[in-house]
Design a protein around this ligand. Sequence first.
Ligand code: GAL
Length: 352
Amino acid sequence: MKNVFAITGLSLALLTGCGQHFVAQQSTVEEGTVKKNTDSSKISPGKIWLDDNGEVINAHGGGVIFQQGKYYWFGEKRGRFASEGVNVYSSSDLYNWKLEAMALSQDKNDTLSDIARGCVMERPKVLYNEKTKKFVLWFHLELRGKGYSAARAAVAVSDNVTGPYKYISSFRPNGNMSRDMTLYKDDNGDAYIIYSSRENYDLRIAKLTDDFLSVTTADTMLFSNHREAPAIFKYNNIYHLITSGCTGWKSNKATLHTATNLFGPWTESKINPMSGPQADITFDGQSTFVLPVAGKKDQFIFLADKWNPGNLKDSRYLWLPIQFKNETPVVEWMDEWRLGWFENNLKKGNNN
Ligand code: GAL
């Protein structure tokens, strides 16, 4: 990510005047202009992340898929408060990101549309369906002017990964409320939605239909302890599910549940999966996704949002490597890191 901005002298004064958000790292200054850093080969959780155009990346509550050599990061496009649609960025190295498109926009003409301007689109996730050869986008939808009462899952589809996605429908899976959600495609190609239901008290899973456009009736409760922000991955044939508590934009403590079957039973780990400063409030963030590094066994990146409820657009991204200590995942805080961390860790004799 071209998130690393660097400044000296004149420009430092200039930037600090603009706001406390800019973070000084290595770069050059020419006549008061800030040159973008070309050495952007690191991930700096919580800092401002810029795309290759120098714009702040706007992709919150997101998810990432890997497709033909590239990562595609889908996330909520936010204004100060407003939900503005779903952005998609691409990268071949997870450091440098290009804004590809607004994958799904709100409907500016039809006020009766489910996705009429003013609706809320959250936590977008995309899967590729091998059978239909289509990309399927799911997200949490709240209807315009109705607060968070609609509690629906919504689906859109595209022939191309970057869209534009065509909106299909929204519904409550098998009649259940559906707020925070994620998608998961298992090794055999079957896909699932994991969603917070019954006013977020229940976390549920439903298997998707073969075309991924709807849910089947294979739908069950995973656990009922008021969890949201699900992020799932499989390691050592065990499903690992990280969730947050339900405190709105305010951060809280993450938990880890594991299971050998997606439909349960799920066991809650006694150990906080986060470690380091502010581990008890998930580094002041909230889980959104776990990204398997393409082509690498047992390399996973934990993705979280550090929400800024006073200016949602300025919410930051917390991406950290998942370590395995005695086969248990641990996300340890790092101010910055590179993908080479995984190999170095292996050399040190650790699990990954
Ligand atoms: C959080 C949720 C976010 C958003 C927010 C609204 O609990 O994880 O995705 O819905 O509440 O307050």
